[in-house]
Design a binder for this molecule. Structure first.
Ligand code: URA
Length: 218
């Protein structure tokens, strides 16, 4: 078809051997635009504090989208949210259905956080996190919780599979240890390690698949 001169790229007749990118170039066959569906992507971003989990903001605040390759993937959208003052792993996808499924409350993938909290967390307070805590929107499901280091402030590793608004902060408030810093370090088997602050990477198909496996809290 190219030899017959029937294919054009961005308005010019294509030549054999030329390269075109279906995601960016306008490719026509006999003048008809080819509707090429770009393959969907899932990206992991290490969101810095101070960025909204949003693609745009009418008040001009900094948005996570500013850190992403929006030119190559204009349909990217965030999967769930992190608070503006929480840093760490945030996923984005161009696949609306996948994004919707992953962000749905019934989706029980484990999310891991490291919280730096005020004061020394006692064993009975950890036990409360593990057993469930009464918040103003009901009991939390049992969480995995352990203290990584303790002093004037403590670092607590916590894994939950719910995604309520400001859940970790509210759980820590409820045991009397307000959060000073919060970072999400993993979602399912997708880990933050190796991703510099503000950097992103594409997930492998295996990682995407793992997001649908409910793993035990351990
Ligand atoms: N829990 C919080 O309190 N904040 C987040 O951003 C995520 C979980």
């Amino acid at each position: 078809m190219i030899e017959e001169g029937r294919v054009s790229v961005n308005g010019r007749i294509a030549q054999l051997g030329e390269k075109a990118d279906p995601a960016r170039d306008e490719i026509r066959l006999d003048g008809e635009l080819l509707a090429v569906e770009a393959p969907s992507v899932v990206l992991a971003l290490n969101k810095p504090r101070g960025y909204l989990s949003a693609m745009s903001d009418d008040r001009g605040r900094k948005c996570a989208s500013e850190l992403l390759p929006m030119d190559a993937h204009p349909a990217l959208f965030h999967v769930g949210r992190l608070d503006c003052d929480t840093s760490g792993l945030l996923l984005f996808t161009t696949d609306g259905e996948l994004g919707h499924a992953l962000a749905h409350p019934s989706h029980e993938v484990v999310k891991e956080y490291v919280a730096r909290v005020r004061g020394r967390v006692r064993d009975d307070e950890l036990r409360a996190l593990r057993e469930g805590i009464m918040l103003d929107d009901g009991m939390t499901a049992p969480a995995f919780a352990e203290v990584l280091d303790a002093g004037e402030s403590s670092r607590v590793l916590i894994r939950i599979h719910e995604g309520r608004n400001r859940q970790v902060r509210r759980m820590m408030d409820a045991i009397g240890h307000p959060v000073r810093d919060l970072e999400r370090t993993a979602i399912g088997s997708v880990r933050l390690e190796g991703l510099a602050e503000g950097a992103w990477r594409e997930l492998s198909p295996e990682e995407v698949e793992s997001l649908f496996l409910a793993e035990p809290l351990q």
